[in-house]
Design a protein around this ligand. Structure first.
Ligand SMILES: NC(=O)c1ccc[n+]([C@@H]2O[C@H](COP(=O)([O-])OP(=O)(O)OC[C@H]3O[C@@H](n4cnc5c(N)ncnc54)[C@H](OP(=O)(O)O)[C@@H]3O)[C@@H](O)[C@H]2O)c1
Length: 309
């Protein structure tokens, strides 16, 4: 039990700096904004830390004093990963393992951002943390391997699985489908693929609540994090286009055509059909119940800059 002793002493103070390996990503930049409201954050972008170089990771992290680290950077283009498996493996799995090893030497807590794509999608009900991962893509395999390496480096580390991220810092699916609806009379989306969208603004607060708990210390193991409610890709797209109309955008396609996932020729990698995740464990740990994704989407569009006419 050497770990517990050292670990609580090392990460238990409010003043320990927090490293976010983010590289300007969709979640990373929102997370930096959220955590820096209360703590000192060291934000490392691609220019500071190249995850393809083990030596760079050891040198840069080795020189910093920190108590917590969030690893949000990853190779996230699922189809690119499928055709570049070695690069995906180096960044999503090997680099994550090295980050976790260096952090363990400092007794620092690591949160690794992972994905619903570690599941094969055959479940009829939302996945729980106890369900065995069974990835069906290179991306899913590399992220699952990253999870294992981070947890093996220290049992106190946290793996946060998320899905369908959207938010203010970098355009994602909502902006893409609204552009499609503006330029194409009959945009099409799969109606047989289901998941739970996740608002990065909410996610950043949930991660903070999990890691900076006052009495219990940082959460560990695997936790599923997403907004409440499951939807198909088509329903997710329709909600985005409807809100763009509310924002005053005109001449948008009236309807989104439902197709099957198998019909999307552009996809190289296989995707799970139903990768919705259950968030009961998170609620038990923090007392927070994620709001419905439709409410979070409305907040993003109405409060933010998205879909302005
Ligand atoms: N987006 C989703 O819907 C989704 C769903 C499930 C899970 N996740 C997971 O959630 C996390 C955050 O996702 P996100 O959407 O915020 O990702 P993102 O916007 O794609 O950001 C990932 C960042 O990693 C950086 N990166 C890539 N290769 C790197 C390297 N060799 N060295 C240093 N940095 C590198 C990228 O830099 P560049 O910008 O320079 O390329 C990018 O800024 C990821 O771990 C992802 O696997 C995301």
């Amino acid at each position: 039990m050497w770990f517990d002793e050292n670990y609580h002493r090392a990460v238990g103070t409010r003043d320990s700096p927090v490293v976010v390996v983010w590289s300007g990503g969709r979640l990373g930049s929102v997370l930096v904004g959220q955590i820096s409201k209360h703590r000192r954050v060291i934000a490392l972008g691609r220019g500071d830390l190249d995850l393809t170089h083990a030596g760079s990771i050891r040198r840069v992290l080795g020189a910093i004093d920190y108590g917590y680290l969030f690893l949000t950077a990853a190779l996230t283009d699922v189809d690119y990963c499928e055709t570049h498996p070695r690069e995906a493996y180096v960044i999503n799995a090997e680099a994550a393992g090295i980050v976790a090893e260096v952090s363990a030497e400092k007794c620092a807590h690591v949160t690794y951002l992972s994905t619903d794509m570690v599941f094969d999608g055959s479940s009829a009900v939302p996945y729980r943390e106890t369900d065995p991962p069974l990835p069906i893509s290179v991306y899913g395999h590399t992220k699952h391997d990253g999870e294992r390496r981070v947890l093996a480096a220290s049992g106190g580390n946290l793996v946060a699985r998320v899905s369908w991220l959207f938010g203010p810092s970098r355009p994602g699916f909502p902006e893409w489908i609204v552009r499609q609806a503006a330029s194409c009379e009959y945009p099409a989306l799969p109606e047989d693929k289901f998941a739970r969208p996740t608002y990065t603004v909410d996610l950043a607060e949930w991660l903070e609540a999990l890691v900076f708990r006052n009495d219990e210390g940082p959460a560990s193991g695997v936790v599923h994090l997403c907004n409440d409610g499951t939807c198909s890709w088509k329903e997710w797209g329709e909600a985005c286009v409807d809100l763009a109309r509310v924002r005053g955008m005109k001449n948008l396609a009236q309807k989104i055509r439902g197709i099957s996932l198998a019909e999307v020729e552009a996809f190289v990698a296989s995707r799970p059909l139903n990768s919705a995740m259950y968030t009961g464990k998170f609620s038990k740990l923090t007392g927070i119940r994620p709001r419905p994704w439709s409410e979070a989407l409305r907040h993003f569009v109405i409060q933010g800059e998205a879909f302005r006419a």
